[in-house]
Design a protein around this ligand. Sequence first.
Ligand code: MG
Length: 267
Amino acid sequence: MKIVEVGPRDGLQNETSLVPTAAKVAFVNALSETGVGEIEVSAFVSSRRVPQLGDAETVFRRLSRKDGVVYSALVPNERGLERAIAACVDKISVFTAVSETFNQKNIHTSVDGSLRRFRPLIRRARTMGLPVRGYVSTAFWCAFEGKIGPDAVVDLVERLVDIGVDEVSISDTIGKATPVEVAALLDCLLPRIAPERVAVHFHDTYGRGVENVLASWAQGIRIFDASVGGLGGCPFAPGATGNVATASVVMALEGKGATVGVDLAKL
Ligand code: MG
């Protein structure tokens, strides 16, 4: 069981005000003590485009790394990767979506274009021994294109695996998925990729984040993205509210008898 805490990146990216670097470092350090297995610390993106994360290098330089915790960062391109390598990140994430329209609005390229962009980047990351996560956004619904079919998700996941992605994070970007839709997608997906390589990333827009976590857990998923306090959303996805809250995920899984290993009081 692994909780991937995405609050410092996915959460703070969506704050309207700039959080001081020292507060971010204290936030990441405190999260390091909770028992979460991985923390997505920041993103090596353009500080013009995402000023909230413009201090990624400094946060990485100043944080106190705890043994056993993976400190990851989102990387959009080769320039971002070189910055991430210089900052000694443990793992990188790349970001694409099943929906063409969402990709055009969010990363200004097509699905094919995103994979072309990732290929050299992933090759370089692998030569550096860096594991690579691939976000698969709009895996259920898209604000622009509506319902997304499981076949298109499976196809994109297989293409990501082909170019060297180690782990995919199946993301319900606008939080509209139902547990039935989650089970239907995982039924199609898990025969094609081992569950150890699949994370799920749910948003609480319609209050279904926890139900969807539990539906995924019942299908064998053991990696859950969550954000402390439910921070986050998506500035490029109209209507998306916060990520499912880490404490809610931990409590729900423990309620099913699972051992999560996260200290709720510290969280
Ligand atoms: Mg999110």
